[in-house]
Design a protein around this ligand. Structure first.
Ligand SMILES: N[C@@H](Cc1ccccc1)C(=O)N[C@@H](Cc1ccccc1)C(=O)O
Length: 693
């Protein structure tokens, strides 16, 4: 250890008690998280609006990707521990990661396959394949380096620098959220820009390109620090040793299943014939924690829906905050903002206050409360969804048709449709109608799913005897024949002024478009060019503008983030503190594995349940988490906290004593010694795990 500390001191300058090398690691993490969360923030909208997938497919692929990102840490930990070491693993996988980000940026350039230059890609297959390859490389890179970077940072501190190491981990978490905060603000803004070579489209390529650049910066910064790092040699594949030892214990137990063999205290003790007692004790500690992890994925199932279902929910809401108009994907910034404020508040105010009240708020209790808060967040999301649903248009079912009756004459008319009562339609009015038979082609609202958040649809119906041309300052929408209608066109939301022209005469019509709205404008036969035509055009709302404000999502973000602080921050700390010294990475990978499983659960539940109402799906997830939370609290009640360092020290001390003993008494019967040691070691392990909290 002293030699290792000497190595550390020799490698890196020390600034205010901290090795300078950690500066490069922290900056690297900031840029990497910027890259990851920036790309992830716009991903679901890229699927929906660029690749033109529906909400369910977009959500499924999004969660498959996130799950993959948290499966690959196991791979990264194995490669780093048994082969390349952490430093080289970070470098190589960062290159893979950066290539993946570049592939994503290229996949979002619509001009590559837009040979007819109409603004939409001609071969969607090319864009889909390239983006899927990109996402696979990103998952490999980000997941692979995840358990390495934090542990590599921890390695830079010596045995006696516990306080500095703890501060490093806090700064590390804040940097993660600093990077993700910036990127979730910036990339949605970049996405909203228009760019292109032949035609202008939403700039997803830039929104993915900037995270790609940041990943290159992360790699460069990490390489610059290269000469200063303490690089621990790979210590062999501990995960493989753990698996082999467990496998041997199971096999040995099975071989000795007959009653003639005495029982052992723990099934892992059946590995004693072949494996080191210290390793067996360490595996017991890890298994105890891993058992406790079983219910945890349900928390992540809810937590990670911020980036999918909640972002899609925001697209049906009004993002107008006065001077500021918020993009749906920008709402995710509320999470890191709250993390940056809640973590210090919890640590310096709430937890000490609870302690002062005499309550023992143990890590497992905090995690239980975290789960309940996440369930509350989903109840809030369901309530918001119910409000949104009230404002949505009534869509015709598969056996129904929707039609609009438009009276273009100057007298009222009586309309009688087969199977319906007669109705009187006044002059120059429109009557929206859902019919129970399929008498007309159902085409009214099929386009709505692909509307960009800032774009609204409109069309004109010409009730005049002359053809009318419709244009704005930016675009010409063409000529509409008498008593005919134009196709739907898109325009940016907000105020729009249309010029209506017939020959050399014209007049102007102004109106306001709300987010997500769609309009049919009816030009009356009474319109007189050259005068004000404001009163001679009737605006009919095909789809009402989004009226539920995005601010209503803040409570659900508050509860999920408070839940994250209690659950995730505490859980990470708990996993670290309960892990034996050589298995910290194993437990970190295990912790991240629960995130992966959580994302798979979203896919399974969404696929199996197929709930038509979104609010009901939110309630289902909240109920599932409450049920899991009850199971977890029971498991936590029976968990006894351990001090791995103390247990390991006792084992090492005993092994040293035995070595001395062996030297002084050569020829002692080995079988006898194993028996005695086994009993002693059990006693030590049991003594050290008796502290139940
Ligand atoms: N709060 C998140 C960061 C975030 C930022 C923007 C939108 C969503 C999330 C955070 O701190 N993440 C950490 C820890 C973590 C959380 C969940 C799953 C794995 C790890 C991170 O390392 O990314």
């Amino acid at each position: 250890q002293e030699w290792e500390d000497g190595q550390r001191k020799g490698k890196s300058k020390v600034v205010c008690g901290y090795p300078l090398s950690i500066f490069f690691i922290v900056v690297n993490e900031f840029c990497e998280r910027f890259s990851y969360y920036g790309m992830r923030a716009v991903l679901v909208l890229y699927f929906k609006y660029f690749l033109r997938w529906d909400d369910d497919l977009a959500t499924s692929i999004y969660h498959t990707f996130v799950a993959l990102c948290y499966l690959t840490p196991i791979l990264g930990a194995i490669v780093a521990d048994s082969w390349l070491g952490k430093f080289k693993t970070i470098i190589y996988l960062s290159i893979v990661y950066a290539v993946g980000q570049v592939a994503m940026a290229v996949s979002a350039i619509h001009d590559i396959t837009d040979s007819d230059r109409d603004g939409t890609p001609d071969s969607m297959t090319f864009h889909i394949v390239l983006s899927m390859v990109g996402l696979f490389l990103i998952a490999l890179g980000t997941g692979g380096i995840k358990p390495c970077v934090a542990a590599f940072g921890g390695d830079q501190f010596g045995e006696h620098q516990d306080r500095q190491r703890r501060t490093f981990f806090s700064v590390f978490y804040l940097c993660i959220n600093g990077g993700s905060l910036l990127s979730t603000i910036i990339t949605p803004v970049l996405r909203a820009q228009e760019c292109g070579i032949y035609s202008k489209q939403k700039c997803y390529s830039l929104a993915f390109g900037v995270p790609a650049a940041l990943m290159v910066v992360a790699l460069v910064v990490f390489i610059i620090g290269s000469g200063m790092y303490y690089k621990a040699e790979p210590q062999g594949n501990i995960m493989l040793d753990v698996c082999k030892c467990i496998g041997f214990a199971i096999k040995n137990r099975y071989r000795h299943r007959s009653k003639q063999y005495p029982k052992r205290q723990h099934w892992m003790d059946w590995a004693e014939e072949k494996y080191d007692k210290l390793l067996i004790a360490q595996i017991k500690m890890v298994l105890k924690v891993l058992f406790l992890y079983i219910p945890l994925p349900m928390f992540w199932t809810l937590f990670d829906q911020k980036g999918s279902r909640w972002t899609l929910q925001a697209t049906t809401m009004d993002g107008n905050f006065g001077a500021l108009v918020i993009q749906p994907d920008q709402m995710q910034t509320v999470n890191p903002i709250l993390i940056l404020t809640l973590v210090p508040i919890m640590d310096s105010l709430i937890y000490p206050l609870i302690k002062k009240c005499g309550l023992n708020f143990t890590p497992l209790k905090r995690m239980t409360v975290g789960m309940l808060l996440a369930a509350i967040a989903f109840v809030c999301a369901a309530l918001v969804q119910i409000q949104i649903d009230k404002t949505l248009p009534t869509f015709p079912s598969t056996s129904q048709s929707q039609l609009k009756l438009l009276n273009m004459g100057s007298n009222s008319v009586t309309v009688k449709l087969p199977g319906n009562d007669a109705l009187i339609l006044p002059a120059a009015q429109v009557y929206p109608f859902i019919n129970n038979s399929e008498i007309v082609e159902n085409q009214a609202i099929t386009f709505v799913g692909f509307t960009d958040y800032f774009l609204v649809y409109f069309r004109f119906v010409n009730g005049m005897k002359t053809a009318v041309n419709v244009s704005t300052a930016a675009a010409d929408f063409g000529l509409i024949e008498p008593f005919y209608y134009s196709n739907y066109s898109q325009i940016k939301n907000g105020k729009a002024t249309f010029t209506l022209r017939s020959g050399s005469q014209s007049c102007e019509y102004s109106t306001n478009f709300g987010f997500g709205s769609s309009y049919t404008f009816f030009i009356h036969s009474t319109l007189v060019f050259g005068s004000n035509c404001q009163d001679s055009v009737t605006a009919v709302e095909d789809i009402k503008p989004n009226s539920v404000h995005m601010a209503l999502q803040i409570p659900q973000y508050f509860f999920i983030t408070a839940g994250e602080v209690m659950f995730s921050v505490t859980g990470l700390e708990f996993s670290y503190s309960q892990a034996p010294s050589n298995m910290k990475a194993v437990l970190q990978a295990g912790w991240l594995f629960t995130v992966a499983i959580g994302n798979f659960i979203v896919l399974i539940v969404a696929e199996l349940a197929k709930i038509p109402k979104q609010w009901a799906e939110y309630v289902l997830f909240a109920s599932l988490l409450v049920a899991v939370c009850v199971i977890f609290s029971i498991m936590a009640y029976f968990y006894t906290y351990i001090d791995p360092t103390e247990i390991e020290a006792q084992f090492k001390k005993k092994i040293n004593e035995d070595d001395e003993d062996d030297k002084s008494k050569p020829g002692k019967a080995e079988v006898e010694m194993v028996k005695r040691d086994s009993i002693k070691c059990h006693d030590e392990y049991d003594k050290a795990t008796q502290t139940k909290m």
